[in-house]
Every structure is written in structure tokens, then in C-alpha cells.
Design a binder for this molecule. Structure first.
Ligand code: PRX
Length: 647
């Protein structure tokens, strides 16, 4: 056995949807006959016109095509809102917990319908139509979900931009998808402080920098007054003032786009990952129900941000499609103090908590204080997402937050996968701290070596997926070739995740982290290339190379090597200025932890930076640099080691 297993609690075993035999039977069917399996499970969604076709997919690197339920028609908003009205109109759809401990709201499905339809009619007044793109840059308030659902209702494609991004990053994303409208709030609140959302949008669109934007809709969340531009800006409350709730949901084909979400890759600018409507809705609602063993009266809390895929699939679309009560939290786990998460659990009697290892580690750093004065006895299931969870954090989450009663679903997936791919399932698989365990229905994971040879039995390698699943991204906005190139060309005929993984003696899967130049900093995905291009935009910087290094709290930290322009002095002031610069250009989440001055960077004779070596130096593992014989100038490495920070 690879590692001591934690069995699923007996109480769950008796009541859960699945047991090991049932899981195996369903999994086998989903692989042996995906058409029949998904034809049956696709019916969990309400279709305006039923589908006749189910799976139509090919992973041929020059001609990738992914279609599911092609001839069916539906509307995602209708599935999240209208279809619940007969049975669940008075049920709470969204519990909102504000940053301030005294602020909360309960929104029923009836109210959700009213808010979403009125806002959709407001967007119509601004000329928003099926196929238009709408950018959403919002704090964690219910209006963020209303905005997403209103777009879906009209068939407009939303592109949510994480509220932590800076003006340049907003402008890049808005311009790439040519958004017609930006929806924002005057201000967000996090940890007792204001987040200048509207001011950031103002800077992004200033001087005609976003020429496609006709309007900026501003939700008034706080009393702060900011600048106002009469040509563009519209208050949310004024826009919907005379709007009623009569707003039929647009009839969409299954493959019509639902949203774009930008995410970082190993090279170039962020990629506009595109998800379509039918397969995505089937997949997120089914994974949500099975992975969290959702029951009708559950209070379910995914503590992510709607700016990331986790928020899309498991705060908004999955739970609402299932008619679940979903909790949205505006604040941070440590404000006003480290007991906040535990207090919210008790206050709202949360049954399922789904959060990220970085939040767990931040609370764990305070010992058991995070649970002080709380019971957490409503909890039944815990979830983890976004990065590998180290066994110490797993054990702490299990024993302190979960009172040693709740199983942990360590869910592996990605922006591109739409929904959960690999995870334990309540009562169907036992748990091992740090292992993602078993594939979800329809998911065929495999490991390959660097040459693409398939590895059998217990082994470590690159994680690929052999066949399509309904929630898979269909393309990158405006660049299908890049989609094929990024995910399907490294290894022939399979989807490459960019992650490394291990299969143990029991056949269980462990995700070991990215094998490309994507960083995972506190669960935030960042491309080294983006940070480097922000740095070289500074006049003092000639060249920059960014690598990750192991960081106790963040998982990975950001280590930067900078070569300055001739004649520029390397000083602590310049270091501080560059850190500030990256925060402003890109985002505070991209703040470098270390900047090392590098008179030269290790390059191959063809001029390629050898990051493998830079990663080793950053991690202080320069005893094991590996082969340096292909370097153009091996002496560069010696000097970098000599000058390494914190030696
Ligand atoms: O490296 C994997 C890591 O997060 C990456 C995907 O990031 P993003 O698209 O931002 O989506 C995050 C939320 C789904 C993956 O390539 N990752 C995600 N979940 C896990 C994980 N690594 C280990 N274990 C996980 N459970």
C-alpha cells in the first residue's frame, strides 16, 4: 500500500449516492459507451429541444473538434433559475456573507429570477445581444452572479476578470475579446479595505484604450464617490429602474459559447479559454452533485472567487443548476481574525466547505486558533482545489476544521477542463492525504514519459487525458490553432494537462504540480512570461527571467532574475520600485518575493533561457544543477550562485 488510507465515514457510506461497486459500474459504462452514458445523464439539464447526437469529438492535433449534444437547445440561465421556480421559488438560492461580519443577505430563487431578468432587460437597453461579449469585473457580491446569469440569458458571452487584476490586465482581456460592455462596482471590500474597482476600469478604458466598450455599468456597493464619465458610465440601479421581469431566455444551441475565461499559459499573453453551453452545464451540475454528495437542504459553500473557474463552475453554474443553496463570501479568511471561516460555518450551518490549500495553510499557521469558540458540527464534506495539498495541511483541515468527521475531496481540475476531473467520491473511494485518487465518470487519465510513451502500472509522468468529456473547453477565443498547439501537440492524440502525476501501487492518482512554466502562487495561476513582459516594460530592465520556488504558505513563490540596462545602478530602491511596478502593471497576486540582479542569464547557444537551472538556484539546490554543458557561457551560472539571495 502506498499510504495509509482514511476510510469514508460509515454514516456517509449508508446514505451516499455511490458505493465502490456502483462507482465502478458507472465509471466502466462511461468509458465503454460514452454515448449511452452521457445520453442518459445529459437529461439532468432541461433542454428546450432534446439532443439526438451526443459525442462528436476528435483529438487530432491538426484538427481538434469537440462537440457534445450538438443538436440540442437550452439556456444556462433558465437551468439555474427558471426551472426551479415551480418547486423552489422560496428556497434560498444565494446566501451572501459580506466582508463586514454584520452584513448578510438571503436571496431566494424567486428573487434571483427577478434580479436576473431585470438586469438582462437593462443590458438589452444597452444593445447587448446574443454573441456579444461582456466583461465582468466585480467584487464577490450577488450582483456578480446576476450579471453572469443575465448574460447567459441573453446569449451574450461573459468574460469575468478577477477583481485583483490591474488596469493593463483588464484592458488586455477586454480588447482581446472585444467586449461591448464592462460591468463593475464602484468599490469592493476585502479585509476591511476598499478595492478601487471602478477606478481601475477608468484607467483601463482611459484615452480610448478599449475602443469596443460602449458602456460601463456600475453597481453601487459602497458610499464611495469616484470619477464619472457621462459618455460611458451607467449606474446599475438606474439602468434597471424601469425594467420588468419579462425577459424570455434565448434559445441556444449546445455548442453556442457560454463564457470566456482568461488564464495564464507557459508562453505569451493570457489565453481566452472558451466554454460552450450544453456539455458544460451537464458536466458541472453532475460533478457538483456527485463529488459533494449534494442533498436538497444542504448549505454549500465554495470559498473561491467568481473571477476564477472554480467560482464559475462551483459557486454559480453547478450549484444553481442543481437548485442548491450556494454561499458567497466577499471577504478573506483572516478578517477580522482567523476564526472567520469557522464562524461563517456555524452562523450559516454550512454542510459542505470547498476551499483552497493556500487558505488552509494560512489558517494552520495560527495553530488551532482558527477553530476557537466554534463547533463546525454542521459540516459533512470538505473539498480542496487549486494546488497540491500537502499532507500536513490535509491532516489539519481534516482534524481541526472537520472535527475528524468529514471526508476531504481533493479535486484536481483546470480552467480548461470546466469541471472536476480527478477526486475521491463520497463513499466510493477512501482517502489518502495529498492524493486526488480517482477519475470522474468519462475521464480517462494516463501518464506518459517525455517522449510520449504510455506508462503502465505504478509510475510517475506527465498527465494526459485520452478522450473528451462534456465540460472540456472547446477552443481559445479567436485562436483555435493555439488551442491545438497548446494542448494537443505535445503528445499525439491526447489532451496534455501541463501537470505531472504519479499513479501508486493501488492505482490511485497523485498530482505533483505543473511541469511547464506556469506558476501556482497561493492557488493563483500565473504565467512566467506575463510577469517577465511586465518587468521588461520598465525602462531600467534589459532582461528578466521568472521562476517559481517552494514557499511554505503560498505553495510557490515568485523568484525573479533581472538584468538591468547598461549604466543603471542595482539598488534596493530599484528592487522596491520593480516590485511596485509588477503589482501595478499586472496584479498584486504577481508580486515578486525575491529579485536577484543577474549580470547575465544562463542561455543555450541558440539563446533560450535555461529555466531548469534558474529554478535550481532559486530553490537553493545548486548542488544538483544537472547538465550545463550546452550553455553558451557556463560562467554565468557560477556568478548567479555566488550572488544568490539569502545565501
Ligand atoms: O496544476 C494544477 C493545479 O491548478 C492548475 C489549474 O489551475 P486553474 O486553471 O487556475 O484552475 C484551478 C482550479 C480548478 C492545474 O493544472 N491544481 C488544481 N487542482 C489541483 C491542482 N494541483 C493539485 N491538486 C489539485 N487538487
Amino acid at each position: 500500500m502506498a499510504q495509509a488510507k482514511y476510510p469514508m465515514p460509515a454514516e456517509l457510506k449508508n446514505e451516499a449516492r455511490l458505493d465502490p461497486a456502483k462507482y465502478q459500474e458507472m465509471y466502466n459504462q462511461s468509458i465503454a459507451d460514452p454515448d449511452t452514458f452521457w445520453s442518459q445523464h445529459g437529461k439532468r439539464i432541461t433542454w428546450f429541444t432534446p439532443y439526438g447526437q451526443v459525442k462528436n469529438t476528435q483529438f487530432d492535433k491538426d484538427n481538434v473538434k469537440i462537440e457534445w449534444f450538438r443538436d440540442g437547445t437550452l439556456n444556462a440561465c433558465y437551468n439555474c433559475v427558471d426551472r426551479h421556480l415551480p418547486e423552489r421559488a422560496d428556497k434560498t438560492a444565494i446566501i451572501w456573507e459580506g466582508d463586514d461580519v454584520d452584513e448578510q443577505k438571503h436571496i431566494t430563487y424567486r428573487e434571483l429570477h427577478e434580479q436576473v431578468t431585470r438586469f438582462a432587460n437593462g443590458l438589452k437597453k444597452l444593445g447587448v445581444k446574443k454573441g456579444h461579449r461582456v466583461a465582468i469585473y466585480m467584487p464577490m457580491v450577488p450582483e456578480a452572479a446576476y450579471a453572469m446569469l443575465a448574460c447567459a440569458r441573453l446569449g451574450a458571452i461573459h468574460s469575468v476578470i478577477f477583481g485583483g487584476f490591474s488596469p493593463n490586465a483588464i484592458a488586455d482581456r477586454v480588447n482581446d475579446c472585444e467586449a461591448k460592455v464592462i460591468i463593475t462596482a464602484n468599490e469592493g471590500r476585502r479585509g476591511g479595505k476598499g478595492v478601487p474597482l471602478k477606478a481601475n476600469v477608468d484607467k483601463a478604458v482611459a484615452k480610448g484604450a478599449c475602443p469596443t466598450v460602449d458602456n460601463v455599468v456600475v453597481f453601487k456597493h459602497t458610499d464611495t464617490q469616484g470619477d464619472w464619465n457621462d459618455d460611458l458610465d451607467v449606474w446599475w440601479h438606474e439602468l434597471i429602474g424601469d425594467c420588468d421581469t419579462d425577459c424570455p431566455a434565448e434559445v441556444m444551441f449546445a455548442e453556442d459559447p457560454l463564457f470566456i475565461l482568461y488564464t495564464s499559459g507557459s508562453t505569451g499573453t493570457p489565453k481566452g479559454v472558451l466554454h460552450s453551453t450544453g456539455g458544460y452545464m451537464v458536466y458541472v451540475s453532475m460533478t457538483h452533485e456527485y463529488v459533494f454528495d449534494i442533498r436538497e437542504d444542504d448549505i454549500y459553500w465554495c470559498a473561491a472567487d467568481v473571477g476564477w473557474i472554480t467560482g464559475h463552475s462551483y459557486i454559480v453554474y453547478g450549484p444553481l443548476a442543481n437548485g442548491t443553496t450556494t454561499l458567497m463570501f466577499e471577504g478573506v479568511p483572516t478578517y477580522p481574525d482567523e476564526t472567520r471561516i469557522a464562524k461563517i460555518i456555524d452562523k450559516h450551518k454550512v454542510n459542505i466547505l470547498y476551499t483552497a490549500p493556500t487558505a488552509i495553510r494560512a489558517l494552520m499557521a495560527k495553530g488551532d486558533a482558527a477553530a476557537r469558540g466554534t463547533k463546525r458540527d454542521s459540516l459533512r464534506i470538505l473539498g480542496s482545489v487549486g494546488e497540491p495539498i500537502n499532507p500536513e495541511a490535509w491532516e489539519w483541515y481534516h482534524s481541526v476544521i472537520g472535527n475528524s468527521q468529514c471526508p476531504i475531496m481533493d479535486t484536481f481540475w483546470q480552467t480548461e477542463t470546466g469541471g472536476i476531473m480527478i477526486s475521491p467520491l463520497p463513499a466510493a473511494s477512501d482517502m489518502k492525504p495529498g492524493a486526488a485518487m480517482t477519475p470522474f465518470f468519462g475521464v480517462r487519465p494516463a501518464l506518459v514519459d517525455n517522449e510520449g510513451n504510455h506508462l503502465e502500472g505504478a509510475s510517475s509522468g506527465n498527465l494526459v487525458i485520452l478522450d473528451s468529456w462534456p465540460g472540456q473547453a472547446r477552443t481559445l477565443w479567436g485562436d483555435h490553432e493555439r488551442f491545438e498547439q497548446t494542448y494537443f501537440s505535445t503528445y499525439d492524440g491526447v489532451y496534455f494537462t501541463g501537470d505531472g502525476a504519479r499513479i501508486d501501487e493501488d492505482g490511485d492518482l497523485w498530482i505533483t504540480g505543473r511541469v511547464d512554466d506556469v506558476l501556482n502562487v497561493s492557488g493563483h495561476r500565473l504565467g512566467t512570461a506575463e510577469i517577465e513582459s511586465a518587468l521588461v516594460a520598465h525602462e531600467a530592465v534589459a532582461e528578466a527571467a521568472v521562476v517559481g520556488f517552494p514557499h511554505d504558505l503560498k505553495g510557490q513563490g515568485i523568484y525573479v532574475y533581472v538584468t538591468v540596462v547598461d549604466g543603471v545602478d542595482t539598488s534596493d530602491e530599484l528592487r522596491a520600485e520593480l516590485i511596485k511596478w509588477v503589482r501595478q502593471e499586472l496584479s498584486p497576486i504577481a508580486t515578486p518575493d525575491h529579485i536577484q540582479w543577474a549580470p547575465g542569464l544562463p542561455k543555450t547557444r541558440s539563446g533560450k533561457i535555461m529555466r531548469r537551472i534558474l529554478r535550481k538556484i532559486a530553490a537553493n539546490e545548486h548542488e544538483s544543477l544537472g547538465d550545463t554543458s550546452t550553455l553558451a557561457d557556463p560562467s554565468v551560472v557560477e556568478s548567479l550562485i555566488d550572488n544568490r539571495l539569502n545565501k
